[in-house]
Design a protein around this ligand. Structure first.
Ligand SMILES: NC(=O)c1ccc[n+]([C@@H]2O[C@H](COP(=O)([O-])OP(=O)(O)OC[C@H]3O[C@@H](n4cnc5c(N)ncnc54)[C@H](O)[C@@H]3O)[C@@H](O)[C@H]2O)c1
Length: 294
């Protein structure tokens, strides 16, 4: 079997953001290996042999618009992966980078995406519980312009207070809301996100710093480890643990997969869900297995 053919990226046009570092850099390396013609965008210089690299700040509409003008007229797969950690006072910036620019780019580029093409995002386990803000997220999603959205954010300080979390919850709401919408389903364009767990990347130090109330990297690292790793005696993932599966999801291998939020966290969030369900039912695993055996 020809594996490159199976992926279907050979000679295909791929646009990807965030390729200067971390998960997206790993994904870009694999896309190149698989024969894709890659157009990559990042605020930092991209050190990979892509067809064209753009340096742009994707929190700014004017800079996005400029890049979009120069992108190819036909795109087979779009990967939106750029992201930042949250620091106090940066609530709006996090919404723009981690969600709104991704929605905006998707909608500006949708006409250029080929039939049966794909759009894939990097969200986060941080967006767990997106269902709780779904109706507000949909309200935001349905606003027609960038300017309307900025005004909406201004009017909803209580929502953007949970900065990183709300942005990722909006991204996850977007995937589920849009997968069967006319503009995607008429042309069978697939839309999915991966939701990574703790991963060692260019963001690790910022996540550690921003998690500690004192900005103490060591303390933040311990707090993150307590939330994401301690319960399963786990370890942080490497960028390719996320970048490679994302490339698979955007490929022909997953040609029937859409609307999915793929948690790549060694099962951690599944255990949160099952734990909550059991608690709600007031039953423990032991009680359930005892009942099954009686
Ligand atoms: N590292 C983790 O533990 C973790 C966990 C869950 C989700 N994520 C998400 O994974 C995605 C990829 O991040 P990563 O962990 O690989 O970190 P990273 O810092 O290595 O990569 C993020 C890339 O986004 C770029 N970027 C940031 N702001 C930008 C802007 N305004 N315009 C253009 N490019 C910009 C950065 O320059 C960088 O190259 C992010 O969306 C992040 O939220 C990370």
């Amino acid at each position: 079997m020809d594996l490159k053919k199976l992926f279907g990226y050979q000679g295909k046009t791929v646009v990807i953001t965030g390729s200067a570092s971390g998960m997206s850099k790993s994904a870009t390396e694999l896309l190149l290996e698989l024969g894709a013609e890659v157009y990559a965008i990042d605020i930092n210089p991209i050190d990979l042999p892509v067809k064209k690299a753009f340096q742009a700040d994707l929190s700014k509409k004017e800079e996005i618009d400029k890049v979009i003008e120069e992108l190819p007229k036909k795109i087979d797969a779009l990967f939106l992966c750029h992201g930042i950690a949250y620091f106090p006072g940066k609530e709006l910036l996090v919404q723009k980078v981690n969600f709104y620019s991704q929605k905006y780019m998707t909608e500006q580029l949708l006409e250029r995406i080929s039939d049966h093409g794909s759009v894939t995002y990097i969200s986060s386990v941080g967006g767990f519980g997106w269902q709780q803000v779904y109706s507000q997220a949909v309200e935001l999603i349905n606003l027609p312009t960038w300017e309307d959205a900025m005004k909406w954010y201004e009017e909803h300080p209580e929502l953007i207070q949970s900065a990183y979390v709300f942005a990722k919850q909006c991204l996850e709401s977007y995937v589920t809301y849009k997968c069967m919408s006319k503009e995607f389903i008429d042309r069978k364009i697939r839309i999915n996100a991966i939701n990574p767990g703790d991963t060692t990347t260019g963001l690790t130090e910022d996540f550690n710093k921003s998690t500690s109330p004192n900005g103490d990297v060591k303390e933040g690292e311990e707090m993150i480890s307590n939330i994401f790793l301690k319960s399963w005696n786990g370890y942080a993932a490497e960028p390719e643990d996320m970048g490679y599966p994302m490339v698979v999801i955007g490929s022909d291998i997953c040609s029937y997969m859409s609307g999915q939020l793929i948690y790549i966290d060694f099962g951690l969030t599944s255990s949160w869900t099952s734990g909550a369900l059991l608690q709600a039912n007031q039953k423990t695993i032991e009680e359930i297995s005892k009942e099954a055996n009686d």
